[in-house]
Design a protein around this ligand. Sequence first.
Ligand code: AMP
Ligand code: MG
Length: 413
Amino acid sequence: MATTGMLSVTEAQRRILDQLRPLPPQTVALDSHTLGLVLAEDIASDVDMPPYDKSMMDGYAVRSEDVTANGAELLIIEEVTAGRMPQHAVGPGQATRIMTGAPMPAGADAVIMVERTRVLVGNRVRMEDAAKPGQNVLPRAKEMRRGEVVLKAGARLRPQEVGLLALVGRVEVSVRPRPRVAILTTGDEIVEPFEQPGPGQIRNSNGPMLFAQTSRAGGAPWMVGIAKDERDNLRGMVAEGLHANVLVLSGGVSAGKLDLVPGVLADLGVRIDFHKVEMKPGKPMLFGIREHGGGRPATLVFGLPGNPVSALVCFELFVRPALRGLMALPPGPCFVQATLSEDYPYRTDRPTYHPAELKATERGWSVRATPWFGSPDLRGVTPANAFVLLPAGDHQHRTGDVLPVLVVENVME
Ligand code: AMP
Ligand code: MG
């Protein structure tokens, strides 16, 4: 059911997530693009790991019963390095020189590290430690058994999972793919970044910014272009953008004379779910869905306000969680409670996401509101790495007060 009133940010986020299903799985090659994706299948190992009883140290493979006390002297019968198989079994009174990672010879059940041994004349070696059975040996299949499931569907592919997939020979895996995100900016006054703006014109900052935000959120961005504030031109470009999993528009969603986006979306079969959110910056924020039928996933449509900081914040609050949901990741957004490090009296009629500098300290999170001239002021956001949420009303906000902060980037970097 469409809503005409103003939703709170949380209600708006809930409405988006309620209607969103992870994208159908796709098989992809195991390469750098798989990092961060979610597995859509269980992965079983095709090998035992380790594939043999393995020495964990450089030293001597021995029969532990031969070395029950310090000072045992043994005869060295061979040397085994990683990648080679031992040729001789270790018999009573014998030892094999062995390197880390090499297979244990038959008969031996322990390794004495080389630092606790002394080589004597006549190929003999003295053990300066007693040996316990199993010492410094990783038994075959201790880490994983052939056929055992080592990663489950739903696991996120971090570097260690990528390594594990390689270990079990999975060069192709089924994953939830990155959503394709079409980015369409609108406005007669908007020119390309490589152009010199004429009177009344400004360069398209939102397009490249939303492209970068999409990449950062894990999506696959695709720039549709700049649409004029003219119905047919806009309609053609929106129709093109509806081929993507997600269409992100900027501008033209308010109630002005040339705000044609809602009408064009409705004409093209987009069901508008909501159109206003109680927040600053960015009240005119539209969300809709275009069903395609035939089992093809619907296109999610986000109409973001044209003012750059509004578009930036609305993307992080609404589009990013949707992209994560489509990839079967926990949607977020991520908030932390932080202590104000400077007084910041502030009056606002709607809950406001104010640019801020967030820091990790020994006493927890600390935050400071950074100077800002409102929703068009993109430059003012560059000293910021987060947005502090200031409540509606006239508030003093003293040093030491605790406030929620929207985290949009890795603040440790
Ligand atoms: P609108 O939502 O279309 O009324 O636009 C609101 C404000 O944002 C206007 O001042 C626009 O010029 C500005 N704006 C709209 N689109 C962009 C864009 N792609 N890049 C930079 N500013 C924009
Ligand atoms: Mg406009």
